[in-house]
Design a protein around this ligand. Sequence first.
Ligand code: ADP
Length: 388
Amino acid sequence: MSVTQQQVLDSLAKVMSPRGVGLTNANVLSAISVSDGKVFFSINVDAAEARAWESIRAQAEQAVRAIPGVTNAMVALTAERRAGAAAPPPPAPTSAPHNHSHGHSHGVQPVASHRPPQSPASPMAKQAEIPGISAVIAVASGKGGVGKSTTALNLALGLRDLGLRVGLLDADIYGPSVPRLTGIREKPTLDDNKKMIPIARFGLAIMSIGFLVEEDTAMIWRGPMVMSAITQMLRDVAWGTLDVLVVDMPPGTGDAQLTLAQNVPLKGAVIISTPQDLSLIDARRGLAMFRKVNVPVLGIVENMSYFQCPECGTRSDIFGHGGARHEAERLGVPFLGEIPLHMSIRTASDAGTPVVESEPDGPHAVIYRQIGAKVREQLQGVIAGAAL
Ligand code: ADP
């Protein structure tokens, strides 16, 4: 049964808005995208009103999901502050329904002690932990094309090889590459609680906005909408029990990234850089951004560190290798490792079988596992098994 836009509008008309009129008359709805049983739209309100609208967003989503034939609905609440408007108040403690303390956070908590104060500036801030997930970590880069997504996926697999339960969230909403890197073509389905079930591949629980929308649809999403969609991918997904959820962040260190870093309950961030100077400057920005929101930087990875000839294995330091290591030392953050620029990393990635999976005994898998081990060490006390 195919769902029509009119059906969606009819059901939204019955959802009462805080303005005393049905949602369709409140002048807050974006264009509604309906394709293949999947419905997406946003509710756009002023930031000062955002709190009052969060429950409306949930009701709207529920109403749409109840339409026969709807397999998935995602409603984003976008809140934009008008120029000159006062900052909205921080959310009330009760607005964090998922707040819970999980079982394995006893003992030393070197990283957890850096938790940011619970008074972020965004009205959508929900710093509450995600039930069942011990540690959410971000993989970030100052700019695109440095191999952030490739590293995030292989790092997730490296952590898996260490015996951890690992998930991967592709939050790179402007250009989700995880569908390509993993070869996943199927769409997530909903469980009994109407939560999306992540796709299980390579022993990882994987979620990407690219599973839900076409890439060009994702590209036009604006900043606040990105945040809202990512928050839902974190919280409206049945992740199950995970030791680590690796979040592949959108590239760059602009406002969208800052908001994300502020809103996602991150236990740490890994910064990917290439050896070129420019990229290191970008990496420094990334570092400053995470520090600003009190997220500990777990370390810097130098990707495409040196060229390794696929024929003879000879190493050439074509980019003046070692920059990231020195930079990490200078900045007082751990250096997690260097990954060569190698043909098989690229071909494996682009074929949908990441190198840690396709060549588990090869030298690259070893490097990603070593990086994984350093990350796990940093998370000691936060994830179960990390102290083993
Ligand atoms: P980003 O997420 O930073 O935009 P990607 O992970 O999509 O970057 O990588 C960009 C391109 O570089 C992809 O084609 C990928 O296969 C390739 N790539 C990434 N890391 C390496 C590496 N270490 N060696 C060779 N190719 C790589």
